[in-house]
Design a protein around this ligand. Structure first.
Ligand SMILES: Cc1cc2nc3c(=O)[nH]c(=O)nc-3n(C[C@H](O)[C@H](O)[C@H](O)COP(=O)(O)O)c2cc1C
Length: 510
C-alpha cells in the first residue's frame, strides 16, 4: 500500500495486470513483454488518508480513528492512553462512575497525555433521570479543562451539553468563531443529529446567560455555530442502539448535514463519522468508501487487555459469534422500555433481565407477583428475597439520591423498578470484577462487530484474548482497511482480482 502500483495492459491481447516497481504481479502478463502499456497508476495509499484529513488535523490524531467511550471505566485510562499513543482519539468511559473516579481519571490522563499533546476525551452522557449528575459531570469537565467530549444518549439538548459546548467561545481576526471545547455528538437518529447540527436554542442560551453560566459574548457567538462539528452516526452497536444499518443511516445524515450547512451558511466543515458494526478491515473500508470522515469502534476494544472488563469476561467475548448477541432491558432507562445490545453466549443475563421487565410490566408491585414467579426470581435471579433486595437497594439510594427512596415508599411500582434495576446495575459490575459465582449473570454490552472480528482473526495471533492489545487491533483494522480499499481500486481499473485480495490477515504491526 505504501508503494505506487502501475496498471498495465498488453496491447495485443488486452490483458490487464498490475506492476509494482517494474515487477509484474499478474500472471496473465509475461514478464519483460515489450507489448505493455501503462494505463493507470495508483499512488501510495496510507490508512492515515482513508478519512477526512481535517479530522486528524483538528484532533491531532495520526489516523481518522476513534475508540468510543465505554461505561464504568471499561474504556479505561490505559485504553485511552494507548489509543492516543498509536495515533487515534479515545474517550474515557465516565458513565456510571462517581465524580471522584472521573476526576481521578482526568488527573491521570492529563498527566500521561497532555505533556506530549496527545489527544483524549471523556464521555458526557445524557442522564434523563439524574439531570443534576449530568450537570455536575459537565461542570467537572469545564473546571478540569477537558477539551473534548463524546456526547451520547441525547434525545434533546440539555443545559449541561450546551454550556459545555459554548463555554470559551471567542472570535479571531477574520471573524471566525473559535472553540475551546469540542463535542463529538453520537447519534442514531436524524432528529437528534439535527439538534447538534443547529446552533443552540436561543431560549437555552438566554437561560444559561441569565444564570451566569455563560457570558453574553459566548451566547451571541453560539448563535452562529452548530453545537458539534463532528457527528458520529451509530448504527447497530454494542450497548444502546437502534440497530440500524450503517449503509442506510450514514447517507441520510450526510445529506441532512449538507442541507443544514447550506441553509445556515456555516463557514466550518462538519464531519460525519461512522460507528456500529465495525469489527473488520472491510467494514472500515466500506464506511470510508461511503464518505465517513472517521470511524469509531467499541465492542472490539472491550475485548482488549487494556479494557476495564475482567479477563474472564473478555475470554467470553473472544468466543462470540456474530449472532451471539441479544437485546435486553437497560438499567438506566428500564421503566421506559429502552434496551441495550448484550452478549448472549455464556451468560443468561438477557433472558433474566427480560423476565424482570416482563414482571415489571405485568404487576403493580413486588407483592403482587404470584408466589411461584416470586420464588423463581428470588432464587435464580436475585439470589435474595424481595425484602433483602429492597433493603440493599434502599441503602444504595439513601446515599445517592434519597428522593428515590421517598418515591419508592409511596409508589410500589417504583420500588419494583429500583429493585430490578439494582440487579441490572450489579450484573455489569460482576462482569467488570469477574465475580465467578455470578458469571451466568454477566451483563456485557456487545454488538455483532465482535463476532465479525473473531471470525476475521481466527487462526491469527489476535485469536488469543490475551494478545488483543488495543494498539494491535486498531493498527490491523486500519492497515487492513487500506488493503481492502486498494484491492477495490484495482478491481475498478479492470484488474481481475481473487477474493483473497480482500482478505487482510492480522499480523503484528507497529
Ligand atoms: C461495553 C460497552 C460500553 C459502552 N458504553 C458507552 C458509554 O458509556 N457511552 C457511550 O457514548 N457509548 C458507549 N458505548 C458505545 C461505544 O462507544 C461505541 O459507540 C460502539 O460500541 C460502537 O459500536 P460497536 O460496538 O459495534 O463497535 C459502549 C459500547 C460498549 C461495547
Amino acid at each position: 500500500m505504501r508503494l505506487p502500483i502501475h496498471i498495465l495492459r498488453q496491447r495485443r491481447h488486452g490483458h490487464i495486470g498490475v506492476g509494482l516497481e517494474g515487477e509484474l504481479l499478474a500472471s496473465e502478463l509475461r514478464r519483460g513483454d515489450d507489448d505493455l502499456e501503462v494505463i493507470g497508476s495508483l499512488p501510495p495509499l496510507y490508512p492515515e488518508w482513508l478519512g477526512d484529513r481535517g479530522f486528524c488535523e483538528l484532533h491531532r490524531t495520526r489516523f481518522p480513528y476513534v475508540a468510543g467511550a465505554m461505561a464504568n471505566g471499561i474504556a479505561s485510562v490505559d485504553l485511552v492512553a494507548e489509543v492516543a499513543r498509536i495515533g487515534g482519539l479515545g474517550f474515557f468511559g465516565a458513565a456510571g462512575l462517581s465524580l471522584g473516579r472521573v476526576e481521578a481519571a482526568i488527573d491521570e490522563l492529563q498527566r500521561r497525555l497532555d505533556p506530549q499533546r496527545l489527544p483524549w476525551g471523556a464521555n458526557l452522557i445524557h442522564s434523563p433521570s439524574e439531570a443534576a449528575l449530568e450537570e455536575a459531570v459537565a461542570d467537572l469537565y469545564l473546571r478540569r479543562g477537558v477539551r473534548c467530549v463524546e456526547a451520547s444518549a441525547y434525545m434533546a439538548l440539555t443545559p449541561a451539553i450546551v454550556r459545555y459546548a459554548v463555554s470559551g467561545l471567542s472570535i479571531d481576526f477574520h471573524g471566525n468563531v473559535l472553540r475551546r471545547n469540542r463535542v463529538l455528538a453520537k447519534v442514531s437518529r436524524e432528529e437528534v443529529a439535527r439538534r447538534f447540527l443547529e446552533p443552540a436554542p436561543a431560549a437555552m442560551l438566554d437561560a444559561l446567560r441569565d444564570r451566569g453560566l455563560i457570558s453574553a459574548d459566548e451566547a451571541r457567538l453560539a448563535a452562529q455555530i452548530p453545537i458539534a462539528e463532528d457527528i458520529t452516526i451509530e448504527a447497530d452497536s454494542g450497548g444502546h442502539t437502534d440497530n440500524r444499518p450503517l449503509t442506510a443511516l450514514l447517507p441520510s445524515i450526510q445529506l441532512l448535514r449538507d442541507r443544514i450547512v447550506a441553509e445556515r451558511g456555516y463557514r466550518m466543515a462538519i464531519r460525519v463519522g461512522a460507528a456500529g458494526g465495525l469489527g473488520t478491515p472491510s467494514a472500515l473500508a466500506a464506511a470510508f468508501a461511503q464518505g465517513a470522515a472517521y470511524v469509531q469502534t467499541g465492542s472490539v476494544n472491550q475485548a482488549c487487555v487494556e479494557s476495564g472488563l475482567h479477563a474472564s469476561a473478555r475470554a467470553m467475548l473472544a468466543e462470540a459469534g456474530m449472532a451471539d448477541v441479544a437485546m435486553a432491558p437497560a438499567a438506566d432507562m428500564f421503566e421506559m422500555g429502552v434496551e441495550v445490545q448484550v452478549l448472549r453466549r455464556g451468560t443468561l443475563f438477557a433472558v433474566r433481565a427480560r423476565k424482570l421487565y416482563e414482571l415489571y410490566r405485568s404487576y403493580p408491585s413486588l407483592q403482587a407477583i404470584p408466589a411461584a414467579e416470586r420464588d423463581k426470581v428470588e432464587t435464580t435471579i436475585l439470589r435474595s428475597s424481595f425484602d433483602e433486595a429492597w433493603a440493599s437497594t434502599r441503602s444504595f439510594w439513601m446515599s445517592r439520591d434519597p428522593a428515590q427512596v421517598e418515591r419508592a415508599e409511596r409508589d410500589p411500582k417504583h420500588q419494583m423498578a429500583l429493585v430490578f434495576r439494582a440487579y441490572l446495575g450489579l450484573s455489569s459490575r460482576w462482569a467488570i470484577d469477574g465475580v465467578a459465582a455470578r458469571s451466568s449473570d454477566f451483563q456485557i454490552w456487545c454488538g455483532p462487530a465482535m463476532g465479525a472480528f473473531n471470525r476475521w482473526v481466527a487462526g491469527s495471533f489476535l485469536a488469543d484474548a490475551e494478545q488483543r492489545t488495543v494498539g494491535q487491533v486498531t493498527l490491523n483494522l486500519l492497515e487492513g482497511a487500506a488493503a481492502v480499499t486498494r484491492a477495490q481500486q484495482l478491481r475498478s481499473y479492470g484488474v481481475g482480482l481473487p477474493g483473497a485480495a480482500f482478505d487482510f490477515r492480522p499480523r503484528p504491526l507497529n
